[in-house]
Design a binder for this molecule. Structure first.
Ligand code: 5AD
Ligand code: SF4
Length: 428
């Protein structure tokens, strides 16, 4: 979502000032740092990056430095206290005001903090998105009302707000007209998307998926992220009925222990998650699954953690993001007394990662000698090669020409690397 927001900010600054993106911060007149505070590690990076910006400003005092996003929303004026060379702190819901704020700083050389969370649509104030490549993100909702006890998102991104159906469709059409063929719908919790139309009928996420899938030029549709509680029957049916909807689902579960799920306030038990996965696999047997896990949540015992390993073994994920728990400001989990030591967190993370590596290797190896449909997305870093993705989101490298960009092509898989595949295109 930050990537999406950053590209919208860049579009806005281009329209307002004709500013273009430069490759290195040393060459910039305006430096905007878009920040993430979902985990402690991401937040620490902000101040080290700002240290680098400070040196640039020493040589060129006229440049403007802004910090936006979740750390800005959470820390507010504290950022300028710690880093007084920062001119502007703007939140997650105020970036549409960037041109006006930057203007004011240029004129008056004042420090500004703009953190309000208005209900108005910042999206209404942004210029049309510019496509970069054949795959694009579109934010459909923001914020979260789930309040998991470890999570800062409801505080930094605010309550759930869904964008109007027509706006989402218009943004998709605009991107498709620029040659985009794959769209990923974005939100902290996309499957609780809900928009009430003028006639009083409610459009839910499944219904939105059907409408986006109908748009001319769309070859592939994806979404992220969803919450297990909102995986409705309609959603599962969408995986059967919408051919454009790709067989890949990122469905964070966080833990395999009922005790920990309860302390995390996830709202479901292990068995419900397993049932959802079973229903999905029945509906769409080729679906690949990925998830998020937190190890070392306060109170997590060895037995709880083993439940997580057991759930991973039982389901078999293609990939997963695994994190050590870190306390986040304002969240209820910070007040839980039974913390887990760093050593134990480290050790559990290593065990989980080892298991996940095994599983993702297995998933990649299972593709060997198969012919899969690859959407050609970009040149590989190795010059001769092109790179694309299978329907279930695995990266494939193959020898080919850039004119293949945006095409769907059959590729015979010949090799499984650590995190990707290699294949030979099958030419018609
Ligand atoms: N500590 C560790 N991981 C966290 N996540 C969210 N909050 C925390 C935290 N306090 C992880 C969750 C979530 C992902 C985006 O980040 O796994 O799904
Ligand atoms: Fe955070 Fe996701 Fe829980 Fe919302 S559902 S509070 S974004 S972890």
């Amino acid at each position: 979502m930050n990537e999406y927001d950053s590209s919208r900010m860049a579009g806005l600054m281009k329209k307002a000032y004709g500013l273009r993106l430069v490759a290195s911060p040393e060459d910039a007149d305006v430096l905007l740092l878009n920040t993430c505070s979902v985990r402690e590690k991401a937040e620490e990076k902000v101040y080290s990056e700002l240290g680098r910006f400070r040196k640039i400003k020493k040589d060129r005092p006229d440049i403007i430095i802004g910090v936006g996003g979740c750390v800005a929303q959470q820390e507010g004026e504290r950022i300028q206290k710690r880093a007084p060379y920062v001119d502007l702190v703007f939140g997650t819901q105020t970036y549409h005001k960037l041109p006006e704020l930057v203007n004011q700083i240029r004129r008056e050389r004042v420090n500004i903090t703009a953190l309000d969370m208005p209900e108005i649509e910042k999206f209404d104030h942004l210029p049309q998105p510019e496509a970069k490549g054949i795959s694009a993100f579109v934010t459909i909702m923001e914020g979260c009302d789930k309040f998991c006890t470890y999570c800062v998102v409801p505080y930094t991104r605010g309550h759930e707000i869904s964008r109007p159906v027509e706006d989402v469709l218009a943004e998709c059409r605009c991107l498709l007209a620029q040659g985009v063929v794959e769209i990923t719908l974005l939100g902290q919790n996309v499957n609780s998307y809900k928009f009430t139309l003028g006639n009083g009928t409610v459009c839910d996420f499944a219904s939105l998926l059907y409408q986006v899938a109908e748009l001319d030029g769309l070859k592939r549709l994806r979404f992220t992220t969803s919450h297990p509680l909102d995986m409705s029957e309609n959603m599962i049916r969408a995986f059967v009925e919408i051919p454009e909807l790709m067989p890949f689902l990122h469905l964070p579960v966080q833990s395999g222990s009922d005790r920990i799920l309860k302390r995390m306030h996830r709202g479901h038990k292990r068995a419900q998650y397993l049932e959802t996965i079973e229903a999905l696999r029945k509906a769409r047997p080729d679906i690949a699954l990925s998830s998020d896990f937190i190890v070392g949540f306060p109170g997590e015992t060895e037995a709880d953690f083993e439940q997580t390993l057991d759930l991973v073994r039982q389901i078999g994920f293609d990939s997963a993001y695994c994190f050590k728990y870190s306390p986040r400001p304002h969240t209820p989990a910070t007040r839980m007394k039974e913390t887990v030591s760093e050593e134990v967190k480290d050790e559990r993370l290593q065990r989980l990662l080892a298991l996940m590596r095994e599983q993702s290797q297995q998933a990649l190896k299972a593709q060997l000698n198969k012919t899969v449909e690859v959407l050609v997305e970009r040149r590989s870093r190795t010059r001769e090669d092109m790179q694309g993705r299978t329907p279930d989101f695995k990266i494939v490298h193959f020898t080919g020409k850039p004119r293949l960009l945006g095409q769907l092509m059959p590729v015979h898989i010949t090799k499984a690397y650590g995190q990707s595949l290699r294949g030979e295109p099958i030419l018609a």
